[in-house]
Write a protein of this length. Structure first.
Lengths: 465, 253
């Protein structure tokens, strides 16, 4: 058990950052310009939500490396080369055939496609849903049934959220809306595709809301892809509320353009005996930062976070997780692995807070990193803050290169060195994918992993299939 | 088959083998015995090609070729097999896939076609019986979570499938109960043929009750201090190593 650690954030209004830097002004101007045209702006609480966020964003700006939570992830490029909010209407330029090549195949799913952050019904196929289940675009909900959103929208992003989350709220325009009525189960996955196209210098701000009522169940796949190699910025926020005994399984696959900046935040609020499982895989983008937070707000809630990042070149990926054990008998499991090559850099920060009430918490966390080059770098940090005395909490972090003993063992079994290296690297990473329950997704991600790691070899050549 | 001449090996600058001479002919079983730290495992590892062993003198010739010039995988393809003293766990790589990859790499080297899935499985099942191993272990990651005995049986299973020309068993018997020891012995005896040779590196005589060696060598302080037939092992069992290691101190002085 670790001692509670001090986690004071630097004040956002510290001397020197009181005035927004000039480059931030373009974002502030964009927020102001966009405001009038946003859906639901005539609804007082929606307007207030955006305005408060805009004010907060003006105060906060973007985080800098002086903020403890952003110490190793420098986002100044996002500020220096401002991105403009993506306009509507980009979906017309998207060929369905081109899009299909990027998507998971062989899964029957309720599919929603978002182009540059906006729902594109013509590319989507929601299909028949069980009674009591609503799946659609958030913009439409804001315009037509805002009262359904009011109890939840903006409620689960923490009050002390950083600049990106408040910027997303200030520009709140569209995204996925998923509502599962009490006792409903959606058998087929709900598949959210976020596609960037002609997005050079543009910013997409998808905002998703998942409301799972008591004893409901669903699987959600979230995928980020690009049709061209543009330099754009995705700033996505998802809020999810899981009521008593509901279960949500989440798959997130980030395969943005190699020049893209990707910032995403999942903020989950869990009720009694609810279960949330997340599998997150980052293989794309120039810079990716993922915040995955869950508050276990009632007894017996369980969450499981599995993550894999595969980065090379000059790319950067940062996973910040936070599990907030607020009530007794909660369980959390975190298992993140990273493979780094070239001059890539990765950050893992696993925060676990066990509140005084949360006796009998069982929290485990593991982060393993494999460095394939001497110039890659990892900063990994478990951050346990435990205020209850009858708990089981464990954590571990490793950073290393391939196991030389295993390498020699494979070579003495006639496998050549390069293949043995690839095989061990693949096996290391695949450990995360093997936890996925959807076989179609798992197999296709394994395929993409081979493309990334096996230097042109196939699984067949390595006798893996 | 294997000819070792005046082999001298350092580890981290420290001499471990001080001029080993060993001739192993096809069809023979040689036992290499000796106390801890005598260099037995070093010899096994140098034959298999492990890094970190600096050969400072002498030669190792296998089937007329300079073995020391070959990387470990080429030695394996040419028929050299090392059964590890501590078999390595390889998480994420299943046992059966490793067997298949290894066998096909060897067959390819021999100019044979790959075995199809059915023939391969038939072969593996037959060999599983030989080593009395549960089939479920095939589908687990290599050695991961295996008991000590299961790991050693797994080594013998690999050996039985790969059918090496020269098998080196590095203390495969240590830590085994008598039933597992018989399984290991049975695996080695089944493979015994006029075309193959085996080197048993062992600390104990008891393995030699089940695998009768043609020659026994005693290694001490990096030298072979005595060679003989199977009766030498029995003598060691009675008298221990002290009388020989004192000898060696005199020889190397």
């Amino acid at each position: 058990m670790a001692a509670p650690s001090d986690n004071k954030q630097p004040s956002a209004t510290a001397p020197g950052v009181a005035l927004p830097p000039p480059s931030l002004e373009s974002y502030l101007d964009a927020v102001a310009a966009a405001r009038a045209g946003l859906p639901g702006q005539s609804v007082p609480w929606v307007r207030r939500l955006r305005e408060e966020a805009a004010t907060r964003f003006a105060e906060l700006g973007f985080p800098t490396t002086r903020h403890e939570d952003w110490k190793y992830t420098n986002v100044s490029a996002i500020e220096r080369h401002p991105y403009a909010p993506a306009p509507a209407g980009a979906s017309a330029g998207v060929g369905a055939a081109q899009l299909e090549t990027l998507l998971f195949t062989g899964i029957a799913a309720h599919r929603l496609v978002f182009v540059n952050g906006r729902y594109a019904p013509s590319l989507s196929g929601i299909g028949a849903l069980p009674t009591g289940v609503t799946v659609g675009g958030l913009a439409e909900m804001l315009a037509t049934q805002p009262d359904k959103l009011e109890p939840h929208l903006g409620k689960y992003v923490p009050a002390n959220a950083q600049g990106f989350a408040v910027l997303n709220t200030a520009l709140l325009v569209d995204g996925a809306y998923i509502h599962l009525a009490r006792g409903t189960a959606v058998e087929q996955p709900i598949y959210l595709v976020f596609v960037a196209t002609h997005a050079d210098a543009l910013m997409a701000s998808p905002r998703n809301l998942v409301v799972a009522e008591e004893s409901s169940q669903a699987t959600i796949i979230e995928q980020y892809v690009a049709l061209d190699e543009g330099r754009y910025f995705t700033n996505a926020i998802t809020e999810a509320v899981l009521a008593r005994n509901s279960h949500v399984e989440h798959y997130r696959f980030q395969q943005e353009s190699p020049k893209a900046h990707h910032i995403s935040g999942w903020h989950v609020h869990q009720g009694r005996d609810s279960g949330f499982t997340s599998h997150t895989v980052d293989m794309g983008g120039l810079l990716a930062r993922n915040d995955l937070n869950s508050r276990l707000d009632a007894e017996g809630a369980e969450c499981e976070f599995n993550g894999l990042y595969v980065v090379d070149g000059h790319r950067h990926v940062d996973n910040h997780t936070c599990v907030d054990h607020a009530k007794p008998h909660g369980t959390s499991r975190e298992f993140y692995k990273g493979v780094l090559d070239g001059q890539a850099r990765a950050v893992f920060n696993g925060r676990v807070v066990v509140h005084p009430d949360a006796q009998h918490t069982d929290a485990q966390q593991m982060n393993n990193n494999l460095l394939l080059s001497k110039t890659a770098e990892v900063d990994t940090k478990p951050q346990l803050e435990i205020y209850a005395d009858d708990v089981k909490c464990s954590h571990g972090a490793t950073v290393g290169s391939l196991d030389e003993d295993a390498l020699f063992y494979l070579r003495t079994r006639a496998i050549d060195e390069a293949a043995a290296r690839d095989l061990l690297t693949y096996a290391f990473a695949n450990d995360v994918l093997s936890r996925m329950k959807l076989p179609a997704i798992r197999l296709q991600l394994e395929q993409r992993l081979t493309t990334r790691l096996l230097h042109g070899r196939t699984l067949r050549e390595l006798e893996l299939i | 088959m294997l000819s070792i001449k005046n082999l001298q090996v350092n580890v981290e600058g420290k001499p471990i083998l001080n001029g080993i001479d060993l001739e192993v002919k096809a069809g023979e079983v040689h036992a290499i015995m000796g106390p801890n730290g005598s260099g037995k495992s070093t010899l096994a590892n140098v034959i298999a090609g492990r890094e970190g062993y600096e050969v400072v003198g002498g030669s190792v010739t296998y089937q007329g070729k300079d073995l020391l010039q070959l990387p470990p995988e080429e030695r394996a393809r040419a028929g050299v097999f090392l059964a590890f003293q501590y078999p390595v766990e390889v998480p994420g790589v299943s046992n059966i896939y490793l067997l298949k990859a290894a066998l096909n790499a060897v067959r390819k080297h021999q100019g044979k076609s790959e075995l199809d899935a059915m023939d391969f499985l038939t072969l593996v099942r037959e060999k599983l019986k030989l080593v009395e191993m549960k089939e479920e272990l095939l589908y687990r990651a290599v050695n991961e979570g295996f008991s000590g005995g299961e790991k050693k049986r797994n080594e013998i299973l690999q050996m039985a499938i790969l059918e090496p020309k020269l098998a080196v068993l590095d203390e495969t018997d240590s830590g085994l109960d008598i039933d597992a020891l018989k399984v290991v012995a049975n695996g080695v005896n089944t493979l015994r043929s006029p075309e193959r040779a085996t080197i048993l590196v062992t600390h104990y005589q008891r393995l030699l009750d089940y695998i009768v060696p043609d020659r026994v060598h005693v290694l001490a302080h990096g030298n072979i201090v005595k060679s003989g037939d199977k009766s030498l092992a029995l003598e060691l069992e009675r008298q221990g190593y002290a009388w020989l290691t004192q000898d060696s101190a005199r020889v190397s002085a």
